[in-house]
Design a protein around this ligand. Sequence first.
Ligand SMILES: [Zn+2]
Length: 268
Amino acid sequence: MSVPTLPILMYHHVSPNPGLVTLSPAAFREQMAWLARSGWHTPGAQEIEAFHQGQPLPRKSVVITFDDGYLDNWVHAQPVLAEFKLKALLFISTDWIGSGPLRQGPQECPDHRSCKARIAAGDRDGVMLRWSEVEAMAAAGTFEFHSHTHSHTRWDRQLPPGSARQEALTADLARSREILVQRLGSCSRHLCWPQGYYDPDYLATARSQGFDHLYTTERRLNAADQPPLRLGRISTKEREDSGWLKRRLFVYSHPLLSRLYMRLQGDR
Ligand SMILES: [Zn+2]
């Protein structure tokens, strides 16, 4: 019998301005509705840990992940996950999360480029989550929150390889852990690399800081018998129907098929 594999979906934005790493609310809803209708289980961090320790998950299991922590996740993704009783892991850069009361009703949710521009210009609160929203999402059981570092800095672009770079990353991870513990009571072993970048030094640093479930942006099969240090994820796309998701999940949850698929066809 072949070793079970666990597909992981990667989302960033759900907003009425679909495009780069952004799905429209209608497309996201269609995908979540299909998952729920087809009986897919969406495990949380603890179940993922158990899976890599040899405990089986239901055959139809898929992990939903979100990166960064945009306001649109609260406005447009949270209600859909709640409606279909699905769970997602959200990797937040703790420095980007603001304070203030929960935002209710329609909100402006700009596209990815505008969000990045607003963050760069110092207006994080206009586009990122607040801790009050993070707490509400965690309490609802729709989202779990995990580390995406504190500052989302690509230290490999700031510093040459060596001890100064490792110290900077160490401090970044430690700060993120500290804030997650302060705000949410705990910080898990799950970490997602900003822009998917990692190298052997990064891996060693993450492990020394207590992170041993590491999420990349690579296409890679997550087999139960492999250490979860390079978890692959499936990029999601704006599509009118859920057919492509169905095909992806079919392929990614059948190890032999997916190896062939990756080798022969690529993943477009
Ligand atoms: Zn990110």
